[in-house]
Ligand binder design. Structure first.
Ligand SMILES: O=C1C=c2cc(C(=O)O)[nH]c2=CC1=O
Length: 349
């Protein structure tokens, strides 16, 4: 068997043909039923409908499965028949698993697209969002879509992504009905970069200096291993701290700031992967994570063994991936262990 080490590159460095191929691959994934997975649209006690002799599973496209998985990880957790659901449990954010969870999420999509294209060399590119200013440099029609001239919140009709319809939009309905997001296609992607007039802080992208500073934070994570951790690399790149690592409840930086800057579908956690810019924002976040692991000599003991939120401890499996995969399996250098690497010029002081 040939082993491919794929290289994830800056999307702005792709040639015109490479850009077309990447956008085409995402669009094919959006429109191809996942060959391996179906989604559950009810909780486990209602998965089999005895009266109708049916099951509550649905087919879903490869890309929408990627969206659904993220939705599921942040949605309320079903506690059992008659016990309702618990909010405030997030398997993929606000804890040490933020980086390991999103790393595996991207690997699954990359592998699914490699299989779809029958091309093991396919690699997801990244968006270096740490460029400062108020322009989305990849929001062009040959990449993730320019702004529409007709509605500042929508994508240009010249972009294939203007025809994408989002899934998992009706979170309040699923919660009130006690169901799970299904494959129903909803509205168009909304995006208005730098357009949140009510919140000036999220009208600018992170600065290159912010990446320099966050890579200098020494500890991977610190108690209480949550969104108020201070001097935690994970909480800093996630974006709940000053880029230097100091926790500040009023700050949104790095990854969180890039999401909020998008001001639309990509800025709402239940929905954000519906906007394909999510993929590129997260590959860059993962590149920073990999660089941190390299500079700080990765050692499994840096990852908390216990006392993190549910799903975030070192040996816990990441919800809802199947077959099970634990956080620690993703706390490794990508080049040596996971079959991909990044081609990045890191900013210096
Ligand atoms: O999609 C996301 C949207 C986010 C908004 C924040 C915030 O800090 O308010 N964080 C987010 C993470 C996401 O993944």
């Amino acid at each position: 068997m040939t082993f491919f080490l794929v290289v994830r590159r800056n999307i702005l460095d792709l040639r015109a043909e490479e850009r077309r191929r990447f956008i085409g691959a995402l669009d094919l994934a959006k429109n191809t039923v996942h060959p391996d997975y179906v989604i559950a649209t009810r909780h486990y006690n209602e998965l089999i409908d005895q009266e109708r002799n049916t099951t509550n599973f649905q087919n879903i496209s490869i890309y929408d499965f990627f969206v659904w998985t993220h939705y599921y990880s942040v949605s309320k957790t079903f506690l059992g028949p008659g016990q309702g659901s618990a909010g405030g449990i997030d398997f993929s954010h606000e804890g040490p698993a933020f980086l390991t969870w999103h790393r595996y999420h991207l690997m699954q999509l990359e592998r699914d697209i490699q299989n779809l294209l029958q091309d093991p060399s396919f690699a997801l590119p990244y968006w270096n969002f740490a460029i400062g200013g108020n322009e989305c440099d990849i929001c062009t029609d040959d990449l993730v879509g320019a702004r529409s001239n007709f509605d500042q919140n929508l994508l240009s009709p010249n972009s294939v992504f203007s025809r994408w319809q989002v899934v998992c939009e009706f979170v309040e309905d699923y919660e009130s009905l006690g169901t799970i997001c299904n494959n129903t296609a909803g509205n168009s992607i909304r995006r208005n970069p730098a357009g949140n007039i009510a919140r000036p802080m999220v009208q600018r992208l992170p600065e290159p200096e912010d990446v320099v500073l966050c890579l200098e934070v020494n500890l991977f994570d610190t108690p209480p291993f949550f969104s108020d951790s201070t001097e935690s690399f994970r909480n800093t790149i996630e974006g709940y701290s000053e880029p230097s690592g100091q926790y500040n409840p009023t700050v949104r930086s790095l990854h969180n700031l890039a999401h909020l800057f998008l001001n639309g579908t990509g800025g709402q956690t239940h929905l954000s992967p519906n906007d394909p810019i999510f993929v590129l924002l997260h590959t860059f976040t993962d590149a920073v994570f990999d660089e941190w692991l390299r500079r700080h000599n990765v050692d499994i003991n840096q990852y908390p063994l216990e006392d993190a939120p549910i799903g975030h401890n070192r040996q816990y499996n990441m919800v809802p991936f199947w077959p099970p995969v634990s956080n620690i399996e993703m706390f490794v250098l990508a080049t040596d262990n996971l079959g991909y690497s990044y081609d990045v010029q890191w900013p210096s002081k």
